[in-house]
Design a protein around this ligand. Structure first.
Ligand SMILES: [Ca+2]
Length: 285
């Protein structure tokens, strides 16, 4: 309808590109439209999405992709008057195994993980997330470790973490070190509701700078994404709500620190308190 000479702009798909996803990592993108008469309804009009992803009628494209490759799809938006518009979009999904180290624990085997000092880590089959690595006892630095298969300087560690219950120490803690326990890591503290970035020297941890508060606090049973990355003498940590991709998510806490004590790391460690879970742990260079 034309009122006072003002015409409605024609309906169009406003989204012109999609961010790259990764196998095994949660993906979420909301398509947008312009013109026409809202509300809009979305559907796939051609092509096939990578397995694991779905397009909802509200335009949310999300899920956890389970196959890599380049995918060409056509999306269609329909407005309240029944008008439609389409656009072809390309979506690339990178292979999760291209990481230096990746474990979703999906094979149900603890290998290549080992008990660190007096442990204890074990696999637990979760009805929603499949096999996860659970630390069930003994406080920091005890836990588990796995070899990276290489010695790295700069690194990017991303994982999902959740505290299961209030038993044991209240720190979900992770690090990259050499075999003697020298390196860097970060933690989420459920007692302090904060993120910390730390240096480890022969396994003993020293907080770098101040902790950063997590607004609203940390909740038992809630998954968080934790990222720890080193670039030269910069050691950084960031936390995100939910199982998300740090490439597209907004952190709920972030700490950027400086330390040049160590520069070579050959193993990834699950340290801290208990009981807490780890899933989809990835190290890239
Ligand atoms: Ca899993």
């Amino acid at each position: 309808m034309i009122q006072n000479g003002a015409a409605v702009d024609p309906l169009a798909v406003a989204t012109v590109g999609l961010p790259t996803g990764r196998v095994g990592t949660a993906y979420s993108e909301v398509l947008s439209a312009s013109g026409g008469t809202p509300p809009y309804s979305w559907a796939l009009a051609g092509g096939a999405l990578p397995a694991g992803l779905e397009l909802a009628a509200d335009g949310t494209l999300d899920g956890v992709p389970v196959e890599a490759g380049s995918f060409a799809v056509t999306v269609r938006v329909t407005d309240d008057t029944g008008a439609t518009a389409t656009r072809g979009l390309a979506l690339s999904i990178a292979d999760g195994s291209s990481a230096l180290f990746f474990d979703d624990f999906g094979d149900g085997s603890l290998s290549p993980w080992n008990q660190l000092s007096s442990g204890r880590v074990q696999l637990v089959d979760d009805p929603s997330f499949g096999w996860v690595l659970r630390k069930t006892g003994n406080n920091d630095p005890n836990g588990g470790w796995a070899p990276l298969g290489a010695t790295v300087g700069d690194f990017d560690l991303v994982l999902y973490t959740r505290k299961v219950d209030s038993t044991g120490g209240s720190y979900n803690r992770y690090s990259l070190t050499d075999a003697a326990g020298n390196g860097y890591g970060a933690y989420l503290s459920y007692s302090g509701n904060e993120l910390g970035v730390e240096r480890r020297s022969a396994w003993s941890a020293t907080l770098l700078g101040a902790t950063v508060a997590v607004p609203g606090g940390l909740q038992l049973g809630q998954w968080y994404t934790l990222r720890v990355w080193r670039s030269g003498s910069q050691i950084n940590g960031a936390a995100y709500l939910g199982r998300v991709d740090p490439a597209t998510a907004v952190p709920i806490a972030q700490a950027n620190r400086s330390d040049a004590s160590y520069a070579g790391f050959s193993q990834v460690n699950v340290n801290g308190g208990y009981a807490f879970d780890t899933d989809d742990l990835r190290v890239t260079q």
